[in-house]
Design a binder for this molecule. Sequence first.
Ligand SMILES: CC(C)(COP(=O)(O)OP(=O)(O)OC[C@H]1O[C@@H](n2cnc3c(N)ncnc32)[C@H](O)[C@@H]1OP(=O)(O)O)[C@@H](O)C(=O)NCCC(=O)NCCS
Length: 249
Amino acid sequence: MAAPQFSPLDVNPETGELFLRLPHPHATIILTPPRTRDAEPIVDIMNDPAVYPFLGRPKMPYLLEAAVALVAENKHASDAVIKALEDAAPDAFAEDCPVSSIREVLPDGTEVYIGSIRVKRCNWWEVQGAQRVRLMEQNAGRATGDPETVWQVSDYVASSHHRRGIMTAVLRTFLDQWAIPRMGVRHLHVSVFTGNEGSVRVFEKTGFVLVDTLENCIEIRGEMRGLHVMDWHHSGYSAALVSCLFLRS
Ligand SMILES: CC(C)(COP(=O)(O)OP(=O)(O)OC[C@H]1O[C@@H](n2cnc3c(N)ncnc32)[C@H](O)[C@@H]1OP(=O)(O)O)[C@@H](O)C(=O)NCCC(=O)NCCS
């Protein structure tokens, strides 16, 4: 078991690396910090036509240098939150999650990189101009653990592992085990390209509600795309209730 600051993450006794194991029936899936050698499988996943059309960020073709930069960015975020938690009280909120790489553990113990999940402060892809800047600035100004912070999810899994219930289990576990108790996440706001039925279904199954669909609202790789906008609120949490309790205290 990891130090209390990292609860409920586990520690690999051989490598000292933090990890989070999914519950049955997905116990062969673990989340770990990013590793430098994830870059090569990421190149394959990002160039897969079953994956990249549904992601906004990758430039095509997706080159190794882009994957190396992505892993470095995610590793930096993981290292930063580990460092912050090492120096923090056991019940302190975290700004991020140390584990974001999804791996399948094979019977011989080999760990195969199969995807990624990050929960970060929301950047309102569907909103344009000054309004977007204002929303992002307001959100960035909130303290770590502030229940009014709005978060977003970015995730993908290799097409070899699609439709096995993996991302639904990863997202539920990530929210229940880390984002809700350790980051204080109470409100998630995501946008999903229209046509991405799998992602909409994963979010619906996790309790997200479709709030809007905007056609031709964002240009991605030279093409206008539509977005489904979906929201999730932690059950029992309402901003009005929190303000009320805050005013009374
Ligand atoms: C979207 C994605 C993360 C789903 O992951 P997954 O592990 O395959 O999803 P699950 O197996 O947990 O499926 C959850 C539900 O979605 C359905 N589903 C999954 N893929 C689907 C698809 N392509 N079309 C229709 N339904 C789909 C499943 O049948 C399941 O529904 P059910 O339980 O009612 O039968 C995965 O397809 C992916 O990585 N896609 C490319 C990148 C991406 O879209 N990322 C999200 C960006 S917002």
